[in-house]
Design a protein around this ligand. Sequence first.
Ligand SMILES: Nc1ncnc2c1ncn2[C@@H]1O[C@H](COP(=O)(O)OP(=O)(O)OP(=O)(O)O)[C@@H](O)[C@H]1O
Length: 580
Amino acid sequence: MQRFNFQIFQRFWTIAKTYWFSNEKWKARGLLLLIVILLLAYTGLSVVLNNQRGELISALSAKNESRFWQTVIIFIGVLVIYAPLLAGYTYLRDRLGLAWRRWLTTDFVQRYFADRAFYQINQFRTDIDNPDQRIAEDVKNFTQESLTLALVLSDSVLEIIAFSGVLLGISRELVLFLLGYAIIGTLATVGVFGQPLVRLNFEQLKREANFRFSLVRVRENAEAIAFYQGEAQESTQVNNRFMAAFDNYKRLLGWELGLNGLTNAYEFIPFILPALVVAPGIFSGDVEVGKVSEAQGAFIRVFFSLNLIVARFQSLSAFGAGIDRLYDFATSLGHVESSEGLADDVTTQRQEKKSGHPVIGFEASSKLTLDNVTLQTPNYQRTLIEALSLELDAQSSLLVVGPSGCGKSSLMRAIAGLWNSGTGTIQRPDLEHLLFLPQKPYMILGSLRQQLLYPYPDIEINDTQLKAALKQVNLPDLDERFGGFDAEEEWSDVLSLGEQQRLSFARVLLHEPTYTVLDEATSALDRDNEKQLYDHLAATKTAYLSVGHRKSLEDYHSSILRLAEDHTWKLQPLAKESGS
Ligand SMILES: Nc1ncnc2c1ncn2[C@@H]1O[C@H](COP(=O)(O)OP(=O)(O)OP(=O)(O)O)[C@@H](O)[C@H]1O
């Protein structure tokens, strides 16, 4: 990580080629070709402009009026084409950058949500910090900077070719001197500043993202923090994270100061050298005065083109750091094959093949069955449940109880396929036939209708059915309270925890999945509400499995699984009272 060497080009290309060889490749390449043509025209015109500038001065010093006006007319003519050409070039470059960003962002988002990679990364991959920033910021910088740099580089090569010709016509020594000077300058800059600047820029991106994230956390947990009066601690946290970014930036500025000192001294030379070389010719009357201006113009162009790496070193090193972040992220998502032979992919299916640890097997079946399942924590450090076997028939119900921390929620995670450390086999229908209500109710951003239909927004359910479901969960006028099913609110803020649990419950009643898994899904409700919900649930076709501590829950289930701290378990039938 954080190197500035050949590897960075390899990493750059690994990410870049996904777009340039994608289904959009012809559009992208066509646009690039157009941009390069504009660039060629622009460079050609620059040569003419530079030449005419010299002509103008020579005409003036020779007091040749007709030559002067002729030059002015050519000058204006060239400018008329030059200005829109340059604007068009910038516009197309940015459009291409935007198209590339759209493609790459869509691709990253799709992979982030495929195979539940977002869960794996956020839970288990501490080295991939702030994936949100990588998708939002790093992709943007990558696409914009790649194009800008590639075109600046092409522009430089063209300018070197075009203006070296001009310069060679004036003085060969100037060209040779320039070449040597630029090579030494570039090597010195990369050698001294490369490593530290990439490292500091990498660190800066991470610290800025950490700082922003600490503020987002406050926004999301505003009420809890306000109740705890945790302002002092929170503001210290936020400040600390800001100071971490600040300190790093200060170090970065220190290195930049050194870099700028070097480049400024280094870039001073083109302003004086051409005059020194051309002056004897002017004194002897062999060369016109305008040649000094022309030589200087050409010299500066060639010099800054050769000097590209030195002059843009700060942005290049920031770009290099961004490439590293994106590359690590892309390999962890299986977006690109790691060119360094690292087995990095987070998705479970691919993980199994790589790690030597045993994993719980999954088989498709119409019935939920656990066969000899031993469940461990993801890092295999602790065994939670040992050799569990059970079957849950259609329309039956199971309550899972046990002391806090014994692994009840983890068992649900295993059924969902989120955790797979352990042995044994789980047979179950496809995940679309199971609905999980997690311990913390989850409210999506959007309308009340979207809230109720989550996570299958496309199913055919009319407002009357929605209304009926609200009634069943004892929220009969929720839609009226907020102005209909299309009202959008910050639902997790405006609804009480119990209301959120009831709303989540309505999802089950609307979707009627084959199996429902409820993890303390009614913990915030009073007994009457709880009974009402379970009665409605029992009346549906769905088989359900609940986790909960309350004794009253036993009334609504046909069997009970008791988990114990010593990893043992006991399965017993219950005399179900309600809903039957
Ligand atoms: N990502 C993780 N890595 C390692 N251990 C974990 C992880 N998440 C949870 N655990 C541990 O696994 C154990 C079981 O957790 P689980 O959430 O299943 O408990 P639970 O029985 O549902 O408890 P509660 O009744 O308090 O909700 C706990 O000791 C917990 O600390």
